[in-house]
Design a protein around this ligand. Structure first.
Ligand code: ZN
Length: 80
C-alpha cells in the first residue's frame, strides 16, 4: 500500500501526473491533491480520472514493471 498524490499543475504533455508519496519528483504540498492509499499507480490513476480530465502516471515512481498480468502470462504456460 502506498499513498498517492495528483499534481495540480500539468506536465509538458498537458497531463496531471500521479505520484507516490516517496517520489523525488512529487510537487510540494501546495501543488498537489491527495488521492489516497492504493496498491498500484493504476488504481490511483482511476481515482485521479474523476478529478481531472487529463491524467497520467509519473514515469519515475509509477512505472508498470510490477504489473501482475505479466507474471501471470509468463508463469502460466510453457512457451517452447
Ligand atoms: Zn513520481
Amino acid at each position: 500500500m502506498k499513498f498517492f498524490y495528483l499534481s495540480s499543475n500539468p506536465n509538458e504533455s498537458g497531463q496531471h501526473e500521479v505520484h507516490d508519496r516517496d517520489c523525488v519528483l512529487i510537487p510540494d504540498s501546495y501543488d498537489r491533491d491527495y488521492l489516497g492509499p492504493y496498491n498500484t499507480g493504476n488504481e490511483a490513476l482511476r481515482k485521479a480520472q474523476t478529478m481531472k480530465t487529463e491524467v497520467g502516471l509519473c514515469k519515475h515512481c509509477c512505472n508498470t514493471h510490477d504489473q501482475p498480468i505479466i507474471s501471470i502470462l509468463k508463469g502460466g504456460k510453457n512457451i517452447v
